[in-house]
Write a protein that binds this ligand. Structure first.
Ligand code: ADP
Ligand code: ZN
Length: 226
């Protein structure tokens, strides 16, 4: 199964995709996480991507698409949770082409719906572990020890691109570039909308229900229930 997870920055895509993929043993591919690690390691790709990520702009499609293709080609038959890709129509088309090579396709698109004002509020309080990527929130989910990751002991900091100006920019980019994907997947009948305004556990439950709905229907007509 290939599931894409869509939603504004701050909607909880990363947290939820990670939880669900651990629980159901799906491969979690988060393009933002991969880019941040390439940047931290100072690779050629990292150096090319850095300026875009820091400014809250999209990294050029060619770079991100090649990066994703390389990742999927390592294990093309796995079940995937794609978090942060595709982010525009061109990437969605490239993804379709890529999956087709292995006889696959996007089976379901899970959309975490959240008003921009709420997304911005979350980003301003977000903190992440620089080492393992665990996500915290200064207000709703602080670390036990300030600045120290509960999971791995790494340093927990605000993401540079969560600074207010940059966060606003990212949300604008999301609205312009990524929201057209909602119609793209809705037209195929595979979009499932989840209210992302509640508590993380509530959102998890709604996502689980959407996935269960997909799994229940897929064997019948092979098209995710539609
Ligand atoms: P968020 O969804 O909160 O913005 P991500 O970790 O998914 O966080 O992405 C962080 C940044 O990485 C983006 O602002 C962008 O610069 C870059 N990025 C991630 N995925 C893509 C993609 N598919 N295409 C282009 N840029 C991307
Ligand atoms: Zn950690």
């Amino acid at each position: 199964m290939i599931a894409v997870v869509l939603g504004a920055p701050g909607s909880g895509k990363g947290t939820q995709s990670r939880l669900l993929s651990e629980k159901h043993r799906l491969s979690h591919v988060a393009t933002g996480d991969i880019l941040r690690s390439e940047i931290a390691m100072g690779t050629a790709l990292g150096r090319q991507a850095e300026g875009y990520v820091k400014k809250g702009r999209l990294v050029p499609d060619e770079l991100v698409t090649a990066m994703l293709a390389a990742r999927i080609e390592q294990a093309p038959k796995d079940d995937y949770f794609l978090d942060g890709f595709p982010r525009n129509l061109r990437q969605a088309e490239e993804l379709d082409k890529l999956l087709k090579r292995w006889g696959g396709r996007v089976d379901t698109a899970l959309f975490l719906s959240l008003p921009a004002s709420e997304a911005l509020k979350r980003l301003s309080a977000r903190q992440i572990c620089a080492k393992c990527g665990a996500v915290y929130n200064a207000i709703t989910k602080p670390t036990r020890k300030p600045g120290v990751c509960d999971v791995c002991g790494g340093a927990v900091v605000a993401r540079v691109d969560d600074a207010q100006e940059t966060a606003i920019q990212r949300i604008a980019v999301y609205e312009k570039e990524t929201t057209p994907l909602l119609d793209h997947y809705r037209r195929r009948g595979i979009l499932r909308e989840i209210d992302a305004a509640g508590e993380p556990t509530q959102i998890s439950r709604a996502l689980e229900a959407a996935l269960a709905d997909f799994w229940d229907h897929r064997d019948g007509d092979g098209n995710g229930g539609k």
